[in-house]
Ligand binder design. Structure first.
Ligand code: PLP
Length: 394
């Protein structure tokens, strides 16, 4: 079955739900057991790690529906749902770590993941070494006896730098004396356009808030794991007690039904706008791995099945007031955090605040674009007016 079909059929069973197309939304805390034998049986199955309806916090058929959809498309053995993408990142990291352990984390990682490592993880006596995302098989030299996690994200937050994930995963696993887990933040590509488990990854994280939900109205996260990594991920996630509310879980699975058509359009529109930006004299560079001239293009082509609508640019150095003239009066681009909804966004970013291994070589302002489902001609016309304002303000 192709992914487009899986997105439609996975996690859905109308026959057992009065013929109703979509799965019901279960609101649950208490789950009743009719007899002592049923209670004993339920407890036994729960202790054996079985997925089932035991207690609201442990999931309901609503949660299982989303888990099954994500797993069916992204891969892995089982999937765990969290109340946000960052909750998925934090729980996934904690699942494999104890005091004295060591983590290798890409220097182009999502800012709050870096803060988690430098903050809570450091406080728990877990050391993190940030590595140049271009390291490839060279990761082996950084693997120590106590290295438990190699964390990758491609393309990286803010700079959209690609990573050679198969080379990193293979070299890291080979250099480890055992028990090393390769973890990937796969949010940019969504479960559809990158298959981390085929690249050697053991745990794949999604900020479902972005493309899975797709409508800028829900916070949610997921982590899928291989069969070997699943028990630790499940055990710690369960101890952390995080659950996502049933209505949010429902909206996530509903959003995901249309992921294939939405993402195709984000990809096409994003490339159209990125292409146009390349021709602007005030733009120093466009960072988008699906552009043929991008340094990460070959890796993207080899390992990814498509591109999302998220990319970056750097402007030539210009005063803050000129940047304000560009962004303040845009009609179609909102300015704010997050992305992955149907609407376009623009956001000034600062790669220097999010890296420690290699200095950022550009002086001009970095901007992140999320290109939505609007007509690309309208989006370009709006930006063209913005760049006229920027130049007039120089
Ligand atoms: C947004 C984002 C997250 C965190 O997701 P939230 O749902 O906002 O907590 C993690 N990783 C990446 C790459 C993101 O863009």
């Amino acid at each position: 079955m192709k992914d487009e079909t899986k997105l439609v059929v996975a996690g859905r069973d109308p026959e057992s739900n009065h013929g109703i197309v979509n799965p019901p939304v279960y609101h649950a805390s208490t789950v009743l057991h009719p007899t002592l034998a049923a209670l004993d049986d339920s407890r036994k199955r729960r202790e054996q790690g079985e997925r089932g309806v035991f207690y609201g916090r442990r999931g309901t058929p609503t949660t299982f529906s989303l888990e099954d959809m994500v797993c069916a498309v992204e891969g892995g053995y089982r999937c765990q749902v969290y109340p946000s993408g960052l909750a998925a990142v934090a729980a996934s990291l904690l699942s494999f770590l104890k005091a004295g352990d060591h983590v290798l984390m890409s220097d182009a990682v999502y800012g709050p993941a870096r803060r988690f490592s430098n903050g809570l993880a450091a406080r728990l006596d877990i050391a993190t070494t940030f590595y140049d995302p271009a390291i490839g098989a060279g990761i082996a030299e950084l693997v120590q006896d106590n290295t438990r996690i190699v964390y990758v994200e491609a393309p990286g937050t803010a700079t959209f730098v690609m990573q050679d994930i198969p080379a990193i995963a293979e070299a890291a696993h080979a250099a480890s004396s055992g028990g090393l887990v390769v973890m990937m933040d796969n949010t940019w590509a969504s479960p559809l356009y990158c298959k981390p488990f085929e690249l050697g990854v053991d745990v794949s994280i999604q900020a479902g808030t972005k493309y899975i939900v797709g409508h800028s109205d829900v916070m949610i996260g997921t982590a899928c794991a291989t069969e070997a990594a699943w028990p630790e991920l499940e055990a710690t996630s369960s101890m952390l007690g995080q659950t996502a509310g049933p209505d949010d879980v429902y909206l996530a699975q509903r959003g995901m039904r249309t992921l294939s058509v939405r993402l195709k359009q984000h990809w096409e529109n994003g490339l159209a706008v990125a292409d146009w930006l390349m021709g602007q004299d005030m733009v120093e560079c466009v960072m988008h791995p699906a552009l043929p001239g991008d340094p990460g293009h070959a890796l993207w082509k080899r390992d990814f099945l498509g591109a999302s609508g998220l990319f970056g640019i750097t402007l030539k150095p210009c005063p803050r007031s000129a940047i304000a003239a560009l962004v303040d009066d845009l009609e179609l681009y909102g300015m704010g955090a997050s992305w992955g909804g149907y609407e376009s966004l623009i956001l000034p970013t600062d790669p220097n605040s999010m890296r420690s291994v290699t200095p950022w070589p550009h002086e001009g302002q970095c901007m992140r674009f999320h290109i939505g489902l609007e007509d690309p001609g309208d989006l370009i016309a709006d930006l063209a007016d913005g760049f006229k304002r920027l130049k007039a303000a120089m």
